[in-house]
Design a binder for this molecule. Structure first.
Ligand code: FAD
Length: 345
């Protein structure tokens, strides 16, 4: 069991609202740790529309999802929140002394004074392969991330998917020094979505015979005493064929799962956390909810609204973290105290 981290605030979710929450907490002289299930920050902005333009962020006429997240990262730098990516917050418990205990899927443990849940539509998880036999073979013969490629040395690997993640993984496997015996990229159509250079490298690998291309859909995984030996495939011309494989790597996209949040004993309505609009506190003292995860009369799931919620939640958090201080409204333009916190001379 890992050591326990004691901190002022923990933020669940590094989407745009979780990131801006760290800024607003920082202005209130509150340090924070941010946890996200994804390996990168930015939530939906990066996961779902990184290169699409956003037009309704005040003061920024247009920017892409990725650009907004990059700007937010720059903006929160003065407060240097600690990031813990690639792990899900699994357990939240309010202790008798009013502190909050937070545990993650990577066995991290935090004790904090306030918790802000900025979990959006939930933790993004790999969409699972829904063919016969896939669930039983998960982790041994069916995988949802590349991980250590050396474990596939000398074996037959089928990579499923039509996006950049699938193309990149298939290519990487063909370039390993301890390469698999065969690598097959399989997708239902001969159409792949990735950067032109990646697509060209993939076509070159197919032309040279290092990579095999199979158009079709997997219909079953064929195994004997839990050892995978082939993937059954339905081809576009209506045939059923078998492809030898000891491993299947599936990149079928990510889907959000609300996950453990429903078990934390917080009041919910239609899968969202109920908050009061004065401080965006949930019904449990010390626990706030901001962004797409919350609900209240008039709620709109917009980034701008999440930013406003994060601002008021920070005032609510300040009353708990610094109970003896008066939390007066101060302007970043003129307040020497805020300039000190922001590290501006
Ligand atoms: P999210 O962005 O969903 O981030 C939540 C994060 O929490 C995720 O990274 C998730 O992995 C993490 N998480 C959840 N549960 C856990 C857990 N238990 N443990 C660890 N991590 C967890 N809004 C606008 O204002 N303008 C637009 O133009 C606009 N365009 C959009 C276009 C598209 C295609 C989509 C899908 C949405 C658009 N939106 C737009 C909506 C906007 O993206 C959301 O309102 C915004 O992302 C909400 O931010 P958030 O930080 O609350 O949540």
């Amino acid at each position: 069991t890992a050591a326990t981290t004691h901190t002022d605030a923990v933020i669940v979710g590094a989407g745009p609202v979780g990131l801006f929450q760290a800024f607003q907490l920082g202005l209130q002289d509150i340090r924070s740790h941010i946890i996200d299930a994804l390996p990168h920050v930015g939530g939906q902005c990066v996961e779902l529309y990184a290169d699409k333009p956003i037009y309704d962020i005040p003061g920024i006429p247009v920017c892409t999802g990725r650009e907004l997240v990059a700007q937010l990262q720059t903006q929160i730098q003065p407060f240097a929140p600690t990031f813990h990516l690639n792990q899900e917050v699994t357990e939240v418990v309010r202790l008798d002394d009013g502190l909050i205990s937070v545990r993650t899927s990577a066995q991290q443990h935090f004790i904090c004074k306030v918790l802000v849940i900025a979990a959006g539509v939930g933790a993004f998880q790999a969409r699972k392969l829904s063919v016969e036999g896939a669930a039983e073979l998960e982790g041994t013969h069916v995988h949802y991330r590349l991980g250590d490629a050396a474990r596939f040395a000398g074996q037959d690997v089928v990579v499923l998917g039509g996006e950049a993640s699938a193309v990149a993984a298939a290519l990487k496997l063909t370039l390993e020094t301890k390469a698999p015996r065969s690598v097959t990229l399989m997708h239902r159509r001969d159409v792949f979505t990735a950067e032109p250079v990646l697509l060209q490298a993939m076509r070159d690998a197919v032309a040279s015979g290092r990579l095999q291309l199979q158009i079709g859909q997997p219909t079953a995984l064929l195994s004997t005493s839990n050892q995978l030996h082939a993937v059954q495939v339905a081809t576009p011309d209506g045939q059923t064929i078998e492809r030898p494989a000891q491993h299947v790597l599936a990149f079928l996209g990510l889907s959000p799962k609300l996950g453990p949040i429903t078990n934390w004993g917080l009041a919910m309505e239609r899968k969202q956390l109920v908050v009061n609009t004065e401080t965006f506190a949930t019904d449990v003292p010390g626990i706030f909810a901001v962004g797409d995860i919350n609900t209240y009369l008039g709620k709109k799931k917009l980034i701008l609204c999440g930013f406003h919620e994060a601002t008021l939640a920070a005032f609510g958090a300040a009353a708990i973290v610094h109970p003896a201080r008066k939390t007066l409204l101060q302007y970043t333009t003129t307040s020497t105290e805020l300039h000190r916190l922001l590290g501006i001379a």
